[in-house]
Design a protein around this ligand. Structure first.
Ligand code: UD1
Ligand code: CA
Length: 485
């Protein structure tokens, strides 16, 4: 791009039809707010100076935009007097009058890509026009501003739907709202805008008529991919565009060598990355900053948010967030990986296991029915079925450390803080309250004793007491018959 471009992102509207306490442009598709999609398209097109016009819900929207990119200039439009007024407010917020080109775009058009903006700006720059309009031809152009051309085909005006004549309403070509304008022309033309229209607003689109009147060149860049020009006004459109974005994202990863068995039930956020020869099975959601290496198998029915999965790992029917799964590790089915879980290479987290803030070493295994919280498990250790890491004393959390190549047996409770040494064993059903030295076997069970008649004495007249009494009588009768009595 030869000349300097300033982007103006319009985000001041009320979004009434969303019926939401959350600002419209903060609603998400593909794991990103709509305004984040808009800003990503602008910065992806190489534009570094951006003004966002905010108005409704301005605290929420400004906080969010600053978190995305603190370099964005925020311009507050107190009253939404129209798109022309919004651009006036934007330019007034700049430290100096813009030079080169001004790109106007909307915060609620989330499928617009950086590639489209790049091509659009390149065409505008090469043409030497005062204004280039990104347009689309729609089957149903209702509500949009129509592109008015003269008999030679030159664009001479944009007519808003509410101001259009019957003939003009038949025109299928519409203004997407995205415009590239010569900055000096725009600054001058904005000063001449009036409000003598059906909505009593300052229309940005009136600058096209002004340019045509002055004999300045105006042109349109017709976008075949109409999805990219579609705005979101309600939650139904949000879902439609979200599904289309997902279709595009799954298509992209399939072209990159990822097998997606059922794209319709696979949801992949925009920021996710996936290596080649990975297979994604139906009902899987890969969210946030999740990264999947090559040759992994994910799903079916798995949700991962901000999870890093290593090469060749298998993750079946699992719910995980803020976790790391090592190369060739196996997870699931029915595993719950909470934040801070780190599973080593060839490690295993098996069925009905919940982990939190737990480092499970290379080739270490927690195969069945366990809770592992605030723990470190060394390489090659095996944790028996039904083990609970009792990390919480009711007030504070404590850590458990299990060394390398330990073998802990079924149904243990590790009462933290505690350390189990390298190569140590534990007996089944043991509650481990004291540290276990390396190589020791910890046996904590007291010997079983049976208090005869306890139920009859302490729980009389209960079904248990009656069943016990009947059993005793039957065995006495059997005993008597066997003895010929
Ligand atoms: C606008 C265009 C129309 C185009 C359509 C595409 C004008 C006059 N009309 O119409 O030609 O076909 O978009 O969707 O430009 N906004 C502000 N401040 C305002 C008014 C609007 O920030 O004072 C923002 C809105 O939040 C929204 C965008 O600008 O993101 C468009 O506003 P909207 O009221 O939806 O414009 P339309 O009437 O649909
Ligand atoms: Ca609109």
């Amino acid at each position: 791009m030869s000349d300097h471009v300033t982007a103006v992102v319009l985000a001041a509207g009320a979004g009434t039809r969303m019926k939401s306490a959350k600002a419209k442009v903060l609603h998400e598709i593909g794991g990103r707010s709509m305004v984040a999609h808009a800003l990503a398209a602008v910065s992806g097109a190489g534009i570094s100076s951006t003004v966002a016009v905010i108005g409704h819900d301005r605290e929420q929207v400004s906080t969010h935009i600053i978190s995305l990119d603190p370099a964005v200039v925020l311009a507050v439009q107190e009253q939404q007097n129209g798109t022309g007024h919004a651009v006036q407010v934007a330019l007034a917020a700049l430290p100096s009058a813009p030079t080169g080109t001004v790109l106007v775009t909307y915060a609620d058009v989330p499928l617009l890509t950086a590639e489209t903006l790049t091509a659009f700006l390149a065409e505008h720059a090469a043409s030497g026009r005062a204004v280039t309009i990104l347009t689309a031809e729609l089957d149903d152009p209702t509500g949009y501003g129509r592109i008015i051309r003269d008999t030679s085909g030159a664009v001479i005006a944009i007519r808003e739907h509410k101001d259009a004549s019957e003939d003009e309403l038949q025109i299928p070509e519409v203004n997407s709202g995205i415009l590239a304008l010569d900055a000096a022309f725009l600054t001058d033309a904005l000063a001449g805008l009036r409000t003598d229209n059906a909505q009593g607003e300052v229309y940005l689109t009136d600058v096209i008529g002004i340019a045509a009147d002055r004999g300045l060149p105006v042109g349109a860049h017709v976008l075949e991919d109409v999805w990219q020009t579609e705005g979101v006004n309600d939650r139904s459109q949000l879902a439609r565009l979200g599904a289309e974005l997902n279709r595009r994202v799954t298509e992209h990863w399939m072209r990159e060598g990822v097998t997606i068995v059922d794209p319709a039930t696979t949801w992949i956020d925009s920021a996710v990355t996936i290596g080649p020869d990975t297979t994604i099975l139906p009902g899987t959601q890969l969210l946030g900053a999740t990264t999947i290496a090559a040759s992994a198998t994910i799903g079916p029915d798995t949700t991962l948010r901000n999870v890093e999965v290593g090469e060749g790992a298998t993750v079946i029917r699992t719910h995980g967030s803020d976790a790391v799964i090592g190369a060739n590790a196996t997870v699931g089915p029915f595993s719950y990986l909470r934040p801070g879980t780190e599973l080593g290479t060839k490690g295993k987290i098996g069925a009905f296991v919940e982990t939190k803030n737990a480092r499970i070493g290379d080739s270490a295994k927690v195969p069945h029915l366990s809770y592992v919280g605030d723990a470190e498990i060394g390489e090659g250790s095996n944790i028996g079925a039904g083990t609970i890491f009792a990390n919480y004393d009711g007030v504070n959390k404590h850590r458990t450390t299990v060394g390398k190549h330990a073998r802990t047996s079924s149904n243990n409770t590790f009462v933290a803080p505690i350390t189990i040494g390298d190569g140590a064993f534990t007996a089944a059903g043991t509650t481990i309250r004291n540290d276990v030295p390396a190589g020791a076997l910890a046996v904590g069970n007291t010997e079983q004793r049976n208090i005869e008649g306890w139920v009859a004495a302490k729980r009389p007249e209960t079904p248990s007491a009656r069943a016990a009494a009947q059993s005793k009588q039957e065995s006495q009768e059997t005993h008597a018959q066997e003895n010929g009595e």
